[in-house]
Design a protein around this ligand. Structure first.
Ligand code: G4P
Length: 289
């Protein structure tokens, strides 16, 4: 299938983000831990030039633990503070304030030298749709959400959430758009649900997921007890096995494909990472300024 992304109103969103970035110290970029390369838009490197940066590998409960570790090491070796988190279950968030301070140490030290006592770090969350930006904000801020009002010199209508005594988070995350011109990145995004399902043909996506790699293919067929089936035949057998049949008794492969895609996305098939550092040098370059 040819995977595409229709940018829609991204120009307006980009302009808003450019405005917001002017008033913050730190960009906290959220990516999907299963596809840390495909689920980011490298334009953020330009948009965020000169700002402190952090990358959070969210949905790390769904990705392979050894891949999470490898990605964290990869980013840290490139000088970017990184953490594995699971915002849904509020895991990995305990040290978040400390990490934010670490990412902004230069500003905090500069303020200290200047004699500023209550130095504040202002941060904003950014990421492509569905990576968990809102879930993260809710999990991180929790019940202690205390919104501060508009401040002089701050874009009208922007609200800040105070987290602890010296961190303020912009309440609305910045939405980046997926950026790709290769079909495999599009496929990875569709696999985890970051491309609008309205433009997806379920059976084709299911077959493409099966073809992602030998390891993924094997994992799927083993999970469903259909080791001897592959491709469309796999979908037909899955439909019959799961009682997805049409009125005429025909296997409903579309229903089976949707069931399988849901299982894949929600982690029922196990923790799967679709990218590893070093997979594809060209993609890795997207991380460098
Ligand atoms: P966004 O603001 O970046 O667009 O993403 P949002 O927070 O809306 O999260 C998108 C989906 O991802 C939600 O699922 C959310 O529950 C899920 N999610 C977010 N963080 C994590 C995580 O760390 N682990 C897991 N497993 N899931 C996560 P949904 O199906 O749209 O909603 P719901 O079924 O949870 O209500």
């Amino acid at each position: 299938m040819n995977y595409q992304w229709y940018p829609g109103h991204m120009t307006k969103a980009k302009r808003q983000m450019q405005e917001d970035i002017k008033i913050i110290d730190l960009i906290i970029e959220i990516v999907d831990a299963r596809i840390p390369v495909a689920s980011r838009n490298p334009d953020i490197d330009d948009l965020g030039r000169g700002k402190a940066r952090m990358i959070l590998l969210n949905k790390s409960d769904l990705s392979d633990p050894s891949a999470n570790k490898a990605w964290k090491e990869y980013f840290e070796s490139n000088g970017i503070i990184c953490a594995e988190i699971d915002s849904k279950n509020k895991n990995g968030l305990k040290d978040m304030r400390g990490l934010i301070e670490k990412a902004c140490i230069a500003k905090l030290e500069r303020d200290k030298k200047r004699g500023i006592k209550n130095s504040i770090v202002r941060a904003m969350i950014v990421g492509i749709p569905n990576v968990g930006k809102s879930t993260f904000i809710n999990a991180f801020v929790g019940k202690n959400m205390a919104k501060t009002g508009n401040k002089p010199g701050v874009t009208k209508g922007r609200q800040w959430i105070k987290v602890g005594k010296n961190i303020e988070l912009l309440d609305t995350p910045g939405i980046l758009w997926p950026k790709f011109d290769d079909n495999i990145t599009g496929l990875k995004l569709a696999s985890v649900g970051s491309i609008n399902d309205e433009i997806i043909v379920a059976e084709e996506l299911a077959l493409d997921i099966l073809g992602l790699s030998d390891a993924v293919n094997d994992r799927i067929r083993t999970y469903y007890g259909l080791k001897d089936k592959d491709g469309y035949e796999f979908l037909q057998s899955l439909a019959i096995k799961r009682g997805c049949v049409k009125k005429a008794g025909e296997p409903d492969t579309e229903k089976a494909a949707k069931l399988f895609i849901d299982d894949f996305r929600s982690g029922k098939l196990g923790r799967i990472s679709l990218e590893l550092p070093g997979d594809k040098i060209a993609d890795q370059e997207r991380y460098h300024d």
